[in-house]
Design a protein around this ligand. Structure first.
Ligand code: MV4
Length: 448
């Protein structure tokens, strides 16, 4: 096992990783920007190194500074958390060249699955359901038009190097495709330094359902069932739950098996997530992308399976074998996560950084709060606005929703604006309660 690891992140996830490391008896090294000098992850780590100013490009995203800290602290491994450098194959390469273990998948899997075109080609080869469209990247406007004619409008143009909703555009007809195709390529080149795009049928009414996987470096890979992340706004998830309230046992089995097939084909190890769109009318699944990292919403899966994903991720990175098989993984009850952001839902979700005078998290049966905040904490304006995750676990969905409502009522965060009132509203919404939502639901509700 590792003796010492560096956590290349901040906020709640830095604390989450620190806790996992401590339970594994691994020393922790925190890194921080000047604005985070008093942060909980800095105070709680065994060692802490300042890596630069608040601006992420000069601290948490700065590879030379993080590697320098890792060398000075003489760590065995780096955990990147999520965001920042977590899906950066170049960073994993630098770690390898410095003899530091990157706690994540191999560089090769990150590259193969990170490129949406090669990921989709692998999916086709292994009979993982996809949306009909181009076989690979689309090189010319004529080709895009030909494919759109075959599959029918609307179609979606996606950047091969995109992901998480960046670098895509939906077109509803021939004229929009003619003007959109070049623009999509120019945009992809500007955003990702890669102009490759591909085209597929746009699924108009869909849910976001994703499968958590965990693999070791000895060829074992299991799934931890699915999460439903349909409740989102502008590609930012708001609520995640497990299991998905609308998939049948047969659908679940097929979905999870296809995620395992794809990841095994990519020689995947570590924690990963295969995202699918589920057509709300036909219940057909279509691969969206693979996230080669630990995700924000991993706790809902931890609650329903009882598996500590972060500890497992560290163990397999150190070369250990998975200590459980697929048969050992069971869904126990229902878990829901609500993301509490320092944003004002009543004012267009404007960021609401600043000093939190009062921070009283909820407690009691079935409640877990993952946060780095406390009374007196100042939310800096420089990073992601998520300040806490409220996760509940109960035997059934209805009870879980009741617990979320109860816990939201206990949660006091003052005086900054947060997404708590929005969550309270969503947890009483009839369509959400019935499972009658799609990925556009929240935006449509807020328009009203
Ligand atoms: C799609 C899609 C519909 N059809 N692909 C969004 C993020 C990235 N993972 C891919 N995404 C989507 N891909 C096909 N073939 C719908 C989405 C999508 C979405 C699209 C427009 C507006 C909001 C959306 C929210 C989630 C997913």
């Amino acid at each position: 096992m590792f003796s010492r690891i560096l956590i290349a992140n901040r906020g709640e996830i830095a604390l989450r990783i620190l806790r996992a490391a401590r339970e594994l008896d691994i020393e922790t090294v925190a890194v921080y920007s000047t604005v985070d000098r008093g942060a909980a992850h800095v105070r709680q780590a065994d060692h802490a190194i300042c890596i630069g100013p608040a601006v992420a490009s000069e601290s948490y995203l700065n590879i030379p500074r993080i590697i320098s800290a890792a060398e000075i602290a003489n760590v065995d491994a780096i955990h990147p958390g999520y965001g920042f450098l977590a899906e950066n194959a170049h960073f994993a390469e630098v770690c390898r060249s410095c003899n530091i273990e990157f706690i994540g998948p191999s560089i090769e899997s990150m590259q193969l699955l990170g490129d949406k075109v090669s990921c989709k080609q692998l999916a086709i080869k292994h009979k993982v359901p996809i949306s009909p469209g181009s076989k690979g990247k689309v090189e010319t406007e004529e080709e895009a038009i030909k494919i759109a004619k075959q599959i029918g409008y609307p179609v979606i143009i996606k950047a091969a190097a995109g992901g998480g909703g960046r670098g895509m555009r939906v077109v509803h007809n021939y004229m929009a495709l003619r003007s959109g195709y070049k623009a999509a390529m120019v945009e992809a080149d500007a955003c990702f330094g890669d102009s490759s795009v591909y085209v597929e049928k746009f699924i108009e009414h869909a849910r976001h359902v994703e499968v958590q996987v965990l693999g070791d470096q000895h060829g074992r890979l299991v799934h931890l069932f699915e999460r439903d992340c349909t409740m989102q706004r502008r590609h930012q998830k708001l609520i995640e739950e497990s299991p998905c309230p609308v998939v049948s046992e047969e659908e679940r089995d097929a979905l999870c098996k296809s995620a395992v097939r794809l990841c095994k084909a990519a020689n995947y190890h570590s924690a990963g997530t295969v995202e699918f769109l589920m057509d709300t009318q036909t219940h057909e699944f279509h691969l969206m992308e693979v996230n080669t990292r630990l995700q924000v919403e991993h706790p809902v899966t931890e609650m329903v399976t009882g598996i500590d994903i972060v500890k497992t991720q560290i163990r397999v990175a150190a070369g250990e074998k998975l200590a459980f098989t697929q048969r050992d993984v069971k869904i126990r009850g229902h878990a829901i996560e609500t993301r509490i952001n320092a944003e004002d839902p009543a004012n267009g979700f404007a960021p609401s950084p600043g000093r939190i005078e009062r921070f009283d998290p909820p407690g009691g049966p079935g409640v877990r709060v993952d946060t780095h905040c406390h009374g007196g904490y100042v939310v800096p304006p420089n990073y992601d606005s998520m300040i806490a995750k409220l996760i509940v676990h109960q035997p059934a969905r209805e009870e879980a929703i009741a617990t979320v409502r109860r816990a939201l009522g206990e949660f006091r965060i003052e005086p900054i604006a947060t997404t708590i009132p929005l969550h309270d509203r969503l947890m009483r919404n009839g369509q959400f309660l019935r499972g009658d939502v799609d990925i556009h639901f929240v935006e449509r509700l807020l328009e009203k």
